[in-house]
Design a protein. Sequence first.
Length: 145
Amino acid sequence: MAQEVRIDKWMWAVRLFKTRSKAADACKKNKVTVDGIAAKPSRMVKVGEVIGIRKGPVTCSFEILAIAHNRMGAKLVPDFCKNVTSKDQLELMEMQRLAASSRRQKGLGRPTKKERRDLEAYAEELFFIDEEWNFDEEDDDQDEK
C-alpha cells in the first residue's frame, strides 16, 4: 500500500470536496496549503501533514491520519483525518453563520411589525444603539459654523 497520495485525490476521498475536479480547482486557486505552503493538485501528501483549506475568510485545517485512495462513507472519515482548525477560525465561522441566518430569505416580502421590532431589539443588543443620541443635532451644529 502506498505511503503517499495526490492531495486532490485524498481531499475527495475523505469528503472535503464533492468532486476531485473541485478539489483540484481549489488547489489551482491557491486555496489549499500543506503545512503552510500552497499546494498544487499533484502534490503528494503523507500521514502527519496538516492541510489548510480556505473557504471565504475562514481557513479550516485537517491533519492526515491515514492515506485514502478511494472515496469512503462519511462514518469512516474520522479514521483518516482530524479537524485541527484553530479556535479563532471556528469563532469566525460561527459569526459568519449567524450573520447569514439573520438575513431575510428572498421572496418573503417585508418584515411584519413584530419581526421589525425583534430585529431592532437584536440590533440594539449587538451594537449598543442609544436612542438618546440624535445625529441630526450634530449636523445642525456643523451647519451653523
